[in-house]
Unconditional design. Structure first.
Length: 170
């Protein structure tokens, strides 16, 4: 039996060939805007729990391989201290300013991601990493566009959206 990660990979590969993966998910999240936000948030949180009970993120790690996280000053100071570096040296070695003027990791995959998909700074990882993929905060409805984009990187987000498509109680 295929894992949820394998199912996502197949669907994504097929859809990327005709450039429809993100478009399909963008279209779907637009329909969610018309739903009751509170009901959607509760339902999405429950689905989040179901999906993450069936997915082992360490078997994927695509978020760490593909999306440089936003870093705030607290993140930078905490990680630098953990690495026994000066925050200014950490910034020079590991960060850049992106097109939105956010401070992000300077390259992907994340330099702290091991070959086994374990994070060498896990206990002090950035807030963006701790909160990713933002599907369990009871604020799902506030991040719909983000979820559509994240579905191309994260099998869990993809499956949460797919299960929401079948939800009749929104």
């Amino acid at each position: 039996m295929k894992t949820l990660i394998e199912i996502w990979q197949e669907k994504r590969e097929r859809a990327l060939l005709n450039k429809s993966f993100l478009a399909q998910n963008n279209k779907f999240v637009q329909t969610l805007r018309a739903k009751n936000a509170k009901k959607l948030d509760v339902k999405a949180n429950a689905i989040h729990e179901e999906v993450f009970s069936a997915i082992d993120c360490l078997k994927c790690g695509n978020c760490c391989k593909s999306i440089p996280p936003i870093l705030n000053e607290t993140d930078i100071n905490r990680i630098a201290r953990f690495l026994r570096m000066k925050p200014s040296d950490f910034k020079i070695q590991y960060t850049r300013i992106d097109e939105d003027s956010d401070t992000v990791m300077s390259y992907s995959p994340c330099p702290f991601l091991g070959e086994d998909n374990y994070c060498s700074v896990y206990e002090v990882r950035p807030k963006a990493c701790r909160e990713y993929p933002h599907t369990d905060s009871f604020e799902f409805s506030k991040n719909l566009k983000l979820h559509a984009a994240n579905s191309t990187y994260c099998p869990a987000v993809y499956h949460i959206l797919e299960r929401l498509k079948g939800a009749t109680d929104l």
